[in-house]
Design a binder for this molecule. Sequence first.
Ligand code: ADP
Ligand code: ZN
Length: 208
Amino acid sequence: MKIVLLGPPGSGKGTQANLICKKYDISHISTGDIFRTNIANGTALGKKAKEYIDAGSLVPDELTIKIVEDRLKQDDCKNGFVLDGFPRVRTQAEALSKMTQIDKAIMIDLDDEEIINRLSKRRMCRKCGNPTHLDNLINGYCEKCGGEVYTRADDAPEVIKQRLIKQKLPQDVVDFYKDLGLFEKINSTNSMEETFKLVDSILSGIKE
Ligand code: ADP
Ligand code: ZN
């Protein structure tokens, strides 16, 4: 099963990707996570990506497409994968179509007001990596493992604004998947369990 998840930041793409991967035993590929790991490790890729990410801009295609291409060649992708955060522009969608054939592109949608609300309250756990919400914390610590939490640098209010302006999903990406008959859209206003039910009803229609 090869799935693309589209949608704005804060829509819960990452959470849905995790749930899909667990249920179907496939790999979760998040370009944002790959960049953040590279930034944390101080790699050349990380250094280049950081200036774009800090400005709320997209990382250029030359860097982004290559990392996805390399990642898809790894063994754990043979069984399938969920791409979370890629493609974000038409050129990336076209490049991806040359690498492999996707089964569905599912857009997890949310309106701007709710995005800002969610991102400004998002916290990340240093220990287990769990993305969570201010309201879920227990005495200020991760509700899953008790670890310390922090705010992602690009979840600062000014960067959130920039991301929403500069990273609006272009209609031509939607059209690309509509034209292939692979596009599905669901709204993410409900709980993550409710949203997953909608996602899973789409996935159960895919023939292996
Ligand atoms: P979110 O979906 O919460 O905005 P991600 O973790 O998916 O965040 O991505 C973080 C940042 O990494 C983005 O704001 C962008 O700068 C960069 N990035 C991630 N994926 C891509 C991509 N496919 N193309 C260009 N830049 C990307
Ligand atoms: Zn934790």
